[in-house]
Design a protein around this ligand. Sequence first.
Ligand code: MN
Length: 402
Amino acid sequence: MTWLDVPKDSAFGVANLPYGVFSHAGGEPRVGVRIGDRVLDLAAALGDPVFAAPALNGFLAQGRRRWTEVRARITALLTDERARPVVEPALVPLAEVRSHLPFTVGDYVDFYASEHHASNIGRMFRPGSEPLTPNWKHLPIGYHGRSGTIVVSGTPVPRPQGQRKAPDDPAPTFGPSRMLDIEAEVGFVVGVGSSLGRPVSVRGFCDHVFGVCLVNDWSARDLQSWEYVPLGPFLAKSFATSVSPWVVPLDALDRARVAPPARDPEPLPYLADADDWGLDLAMEVRLNGHPVSRPPYSTMYWTPAQMLAHMTVNGASIRTGDLYASGTVSGPERDQRGSLIELSWGGREPLTLPDGSTRAFLEDGDEVGVSATAPGPDGTLIGFGEVTGRIVPVDGAVRRTG
Ligand code: MN
């Protein structure tokens, strides 16, 4: 228990301690840990200059032993009341801080690890054929995304524009996307890199991956369906990807680990489940404040350890700050789907919001939030906070008509 006045049922108690980068009162961005509704300035509390930096990368590169040691030191400060004179001056109210992108993003990969999501998309995009492609249960499908447009929660998202052509249109047209969507996902942050030619095994996951955040992979479905054959997503995804401000360390997720769904068929040996790295995260998607979906992460077919093993099996190396995301998290039920294209079934069954308005896809001004919690020790909850973003119209000054 902490001596701080953090409620027992807080999802940001001492069992969590997620890391982020914040600035306060006009100061420079620096690393902090969230405790309750406050942020602990780590450079001030621990006297270590690695935390007086605008990104977590320096700390991430130090590796698992150091991550565990720092977590133990922070826990000691927050649970031993004798540390109060050191800790109290280093605490800042969360409401007074500005959150920044928590790490400088290296490479970015996005997977497609939900069987329910992949099946739903397959049914909509390829009616009459098998919903899953023949490779789907043999390897975690993914693509390399654009790391330079990863933004922290709260950053406005300009509506993308580009080419779109519905199957029956005679020719493509150009303009703002009319089918702007979300993808509620979970992201994995690489701490320690690897060497070229040396794949990371499934077992190497917790030596290389530091923690977990939430991701919204904004997607322009009309641009996507025209451009994606044969090389996959490109401009339909690269305009913006939002991440939550707090990275929950793997050390906080012991109680959240679950066995992934049964494998049929068994994957090749390099993808064999070594440890249970399914995660029991309860996610929620809100559109303009109204809950529209509750995707269960535990239903994901491929684990993050398998994703990492696959991503490096060809010898590709990883770097500190690399981010890979799970792909849209969708459960088996209708109200567990993590994208609007699934929730509205391709736009044919729009959602009705409490104000009476309907949505198949996002309108300008719409705000989307994705949040999650996981089970912690002794009945506590581990909070992931929220990743939010509001759609803003295409800037008239940059609008082109093709
Ligand atoms: Mn995605």
